[in-house]
Design a protein around this ligand. Structure first.
Ligand code: GLU
Length: 482
């Protein structure tokens, strides 16, 4: 049997981390078995589906490297497929038209509630006679299509993640609606559980791998497979992603869509790696860094946890930094430029590439996210950088002015400035003033960068020197001391 799996997002929002993680598990499973990974866009909710969300989903999956082999298949293109299947169930006597009004259904639920019972449809219109049906239709009532559910039926499946799951027909809420209301003789819009089953049969899906929040749909869907005379696929329900409080990660937790993670400067391989670990443990549990392809070689559901997976920002940040620290300077520079531009920095981005790559090399080992680059290199891109409070304090210490003055005076004799002669300059000035280098360097840093902390001092100086900004900075420091 060739494995055929699918990810079936609804384009009612941007690609969510939960959907993306489910996509990762589907992809890994498909690749492990040399199977087929299919993308289906479930866009039948016309009011809430939007093309920009579809685009965001396609872009996000592509960015993460979750390449699909078939699709995207759009449910909205396949509406003709569903109605004949509903007709088939009507013809087989497995489904029927039910004419209760919303008010009648509300009253039914209210009465059940008053008796302390769980609300369910009472199957009241299951056995209407043709005459009764005709009478309702003559009243102008519309009808939904309901699928018969045998209360006594036990539905059992062997979940790939959770083992044996048993569900009672009685707990499914009565005969289920599979198509919305429509006028006499028509079939209204088919609903989620039905459409998914028809699609999964049509696409020959062998394994339905989806979030745990769909467990309650599975027994209903199994009954539909049977009614349509199709093989029931395997099901695997993946654990939810939880926030730090242990509740389901939701929009209220802030960043949840893949495009937001991307904007914040997480890189795709790190995020994909992290999502793989959200619920799956590799056979060698100490192995934390791997590509999707490497994970696919080892992936299996026996190592997917049942318990929810807590989203851990520290772990994601650590992984992201590991990836960033290994990207070659040239490639990393390409990735940083948009963040520098976004910070409003102006530079000859194409003309002075060597300088930019040196800036990248200077900070690359300190980056956690790509967007960290803006704050870290502010003093290299903004000419009049000013001085922080701490830097000013340093510069106003006794003797600082003298040191800055001496460095400024010596500088013209050390051109072009290099790593070696800048060190010599510091040594010489320290000696001349009877100071230690350790006293001189913090003052020099404060004067050149406007801060008391930051990337390597000598490299920073060389980069500023390249822009001819070092002498003006020293002068500005002297002016600030006065
Ligand atoms: N469209 C559903 C969702 O976005 C997925 C349905 C399924 O995987 O069966 O949650």
């Amino acid at each position: 049997m060739t494995v055929r799996v699918r990810i079936a997002p609804s384009p009612t929002g941007n690609l969510h981390i939960g959907t993306a993680r489910t996509a990762v598990f589907n992809w890994l499973y498909a690749r492990h078995h040399g199977g087929t990974f299919i993308l289906r866009i479930e866009d039948t909710d016309l009011e809430r589906s939007r093309p920009e969300f579809t685009q965001n989903i396609l872009d996000g999956l592509q960015w993460l490297g979750l390449t699909w082999d078939e699709g995207p298949v759009f449910q909205s293109d396949r509406l003709d497929l569903y109605r004949p299947k509903i007709q088939e169930l009507l013809d087989k006597g497995l489904a029927y038209r039910a004419y209760e009004t919303p008010e009648e259904l509300d009253a039914m639920r209210a009465a059940q509630k008053a008796k302390g019972e769980a609300p369910r449809y009472n199957n009241g219109h299951r056995n209407l006679t043709p005459a009764q049906q005709a009478a309702y239709e003559a009243e102008g009532r519309t009808a939904v299509i309901r699928f018969k559910i045998n209360d006594d039926r036990e539905i059992v499946w062997n979940d790939l993640v959770r083992g044996t799951i048993t569900w009672k027909g009685h707990d499914l809420g009565g005969d289920m609606v599979i198509a919305r209301a429509s006028s006499a003789g028509d079939i209204g819009q088919p609903l989620y559980n039905f459409v998914v089953v028809v699609d999964d049969i049509d696409m020959a899906i062998t394994h339905v791998i989806r979030g745990e929040d769909h467990i309650g749909n599975t027994p209903k869907q199994i009954l539909l497979y049977e009614a349509l005379g199709a093989n029931v696929p395997e099901f695997g329900h993946t654990p939810l992603i939880l926030n730090q409080q242990g509740a389901k990660l939701s929009k209220r937790d802030g960043v949840t869509s893949i495009s937001d993670f991307q904007k914040m400067g997480y890189v795709a391989p790190a995020l994909a790696n992290y999502m793989t670990l959200l619920g799956w443990t590799p056979p060698d549990a100490t192995q934390e860094i791997f590509t999707l392809a490497e994970a696919a070689q080892q992936f299996g559901f026996e190592r997917v946890n049942k318990a929810g997976a807590k989203f851990d920002w520290d772990k994601l940040n650590w992984l992201n930094s590991q990836y960033l620290h290994h990207i070659p300077a040239s490639e990393l520079t390409d990735q940083l430029i948009p963040y520098w531009q976004q910070a409003g920095y102006e530079f000859d981005w194409e003309g002075d590439r060597p300088w930019l790559e040196q800036v990248t090399a200077l900070i690359s080992q300190s980056l956690t996210r790509l967007d960290d680059c803006a704050a870290m290199t502010h003093y290299l891109f903004v000419k009049d950088v000013g001085f922080s409070e701490e830097a000013l304090k340093k510069l106003k210490q006794d003797g600082s002015a003298e040191m800055v003055q001496a460095i400024a005076a010596a500088l013209p004799n050390y051109q072009p400035l290099t790593e070696t002669n800048s060190q010599d300059l510091i040594k010489q000035v320290a000696k001349d003033l009877g100071r230690k280098e350790g006293q001189l360097k913090p003052i020099l840093r404060a004067a050149l960068t406007g801060e008391t902390k930051g990337p390597d001092l000598i490299q920073s100086w060389l980069l500023l020197n390249h822009r001819s900004w070092d002498i003006p900075r020293l002068q500005a420091a002297l002016a600030a001391i006065d």
